[in-house]
Design a protein around this ligand. Sequence first.
Ligand code: CMP
Length: 214
Amino acid sequence: MTMDLSIFNRFAITKKGGDIIFCEYEPGDAFYLIQSGQVKIVKIVGELEKTLDILNPGEFFGEMALLEEAPRSATTIALTDLKLLEFNRANFEVLMQGQPQIVLNLLKLFSKRIYDQKRRFMILNFGDDHQARVADVFLMLEENQTRTGDAEDVTRVFANSIEDIANWAGLSVQKVTEVLKQFVNQRRVELNQGKIVVKNINDFTRLVKSKRQE
Ligand code: CMP
């Protein structure tokens, strides 16, 4: 369902690609709805910038500081030129009361974030077992993919970058590259034109299950 947000035009703001919208730990009194462009959500861990998510039109950010009355939990950067709607606390409440579709979208967003955090925790729980961490990232990506085609086919092709996998696995790109090489040597994975081909997804399910029972 698309929402008619034209009545909110007075809340429209623009940002240029590369602009920081707000920084982690700042106090926050506004939340944003993306009308066009992409926003990168990052956390700075030591010297590293960790991407938590990339948001697209129709998605929200900045709601946590507003709802929890806490500082910003992450930094947000305009990946491209942006058109945003910016709501402060008072407007936010009006919006919630008048736009049930937005409330529904927010609930969906929260449940996805809770799911993502639970899933990330399960992956990180494998500790030093880097193979299990990476295999479980593929299982998580598989859970989020809508599948079409042959239900019997156990091959899965992932177009995700190694940086993506590394982010989810909580490992460096170098460590993930090493693990993928091990998987290639064990004939579990093939690297094909920038894509990662898992030859038998059930094999990863078994691997992760057996490690979880250890
Ligand atoms: P807030 O804490 O106000 O500011 C940072 C915003 O980034 C936060 O609200 C959420 O909207 C968003 N955010 C925080 N953590 C994540 C995450 N793990 N995935 C996606 N978005 C997030």
